[in-house]
Design a protein around this ligand. Sequence first.
Ligand code: ZN
Length: 191
Amino acid sequence: MSVCDIVTIGDPVLRERARGVTPEELRSPEVQELIDDLIETRRAANGAGLAANQVGEMLRIAVAQVQGINPRYPYKQPIPLTVMVNPAIEPAGEEMVAINEGCLSVPGLRGYLERHAKVRVRYLDRDGNERDEVKSGLTAGTFQHEVDHLDGVLFVDRADPRTLATWDEYERHQRAEFEERARAIVARYGS
Ligand code: ZN
């Protein structure tokens, strides 16, 4: 396992759609090693998730995990380690929530955007088993953010540009308000 360099906004790989993984590829040592590297790299960078194109691999694979208190996103509820291969996501209901996001590939910036409050996500796990799950609240936001990456979409594309802030200014002007909103989302959706 190794920690990879994370590419940042401006690198064209973040703007391309990653391609689907075949069952044979998924079983290969190379792809299994890439999955291990994504898990390790996310952990080292304290992200909530990481998509393969963020390390320059154009395959539809992303990982998500929140353990304990994440220093970047202390309001997030735990997410068990999830490896998504070929994920497909769709809204589960009409409700939207406003979430303040950041991204390891967009260093220094956060901003508000609207996410679906509940989503259905179907994917293969790293062993090729089919998964079909509903995610809610802040966790639903994390899954939408990661699948967006695999489609070449960054949170700044969806954010209200007038809410973009450096992390310092977020701390100063937005954190208290957003953490209150985040608590309300967790109270309503459980995650
Ligand atoms: Zn991101």
